[in-house]
Design a protein around this ligand. Sequence first.
Ligand code: A3P
Ligand code: MG
Ligand code: MG
Ligand code: MG
Length: 332
Amino acid sequence: MILSFGLNVQKALLQSDVQSKTDKTPVTVADYGSQALVSFVLQQELHAEFSLVAEEDSKDLRKDGAQEIVERITKLVNDSLTSDGSYNVTLSTEDVLTAIDSGISEGGCQGRHWVLDPIDGTKGFLRGDQYAIALALLDGGKVVLGVLACPNLPLTSLKDAGQHSPNNEVGCLFFAEVGGGTYMQPLDGSSAAKVQVSAVENPEEASFFESYEAAHSMHDLSSLIAQKLGVKTPPVRIDSQAKYGALSRGDGAIYLRFPHKGYREKIWDHAAGCIVVTEAGGVVTDAAGQPLDFSKGKHLDVDTGIIVTNQKLMPLLLNAVKESLKEKAPSS
Ligand SMILES: Nc1ncnc2c1ncn2[C@@H]1O[C@H](COP(=O)(O)O)[C@@H](OP(=O)(O)O)[C@H]1O
Ligand SMILES: [Mg+2]
Ligand SMILES: [Mg+2]
Ligand SMILES: [Mg+2]
């Protein structure tokens, strides 16, 4: 339901459906609608109070002049509920605003918290490119469950067919539970299969992922790291946690993310992707080789950046990162 919601909205997005947040990043009716739907489904299925650390909230939607966009979100949410048919309800605008905020919390190291990025890669979504819907569950500060829906990701490897599979079949759902491995299921409902990260040991044969947006990650730094490793192929630049999904099935062997100075990573941008990759045999650390700590609230305090690869390549990658950071550091 939530996946077809995103795809339908992506195809028919209006200019008025896109807003700018206070941090100047875009948010669309799809981000709000997806959050309302996921929250609504959690509420219906869990039959209990839950804690949700999610990217969006209803603050801007409750301001004067936002009535029109709230009505549009409500219509999209109701259209999606109707076409899915699992829940026989029609939500009011107030129900939608309440759903967007339900369970809202800062997370932390105690108890269980759901973590949601309702549309990850909003800029990719707006371009018609990759995006993901990312939901994870934290228990005692650790990610124990992750689901990553990538409606525009080809079913076949990006390695084999560029960004498009021969018959253009797209739509992948990745899911992982701690200790249970990672599975990928086509969104057409056919059966799920276990996936594994690339077993490549020679960095010359590895390809790497990074953000499409140069504003989100320093492309010059990743290029230096790749050069030091001896990586031969050019970077594969795609939006969102689809990078984690693609890496978990071995489309590429490395993901490099180095935000510009001052940016603080958020847990919803990495929680689902992190377990999807680690359960597929990969390793996710910061630039100092430390695992990501999801127990500190909504922020992830990482040293310099985030790097992902398989266990064999990690020591080489960490060395290349260390050397590159030293080289790039302004001399004192
Ligand atoms: N200046 C910045 N540096 C790094 N990441 C940023 C950023 N501004 C926004 N982001 C984050 O980058 C995410 C997208 O990552 P990617 O570049 O891999 O597609 C965004 O998620 P949303 O699209 O959910 O807001 C947002 O959280
Ligand atoms: Mg955003
Ligand atoms: Mg995001
Ligand atoms: Mg988002």
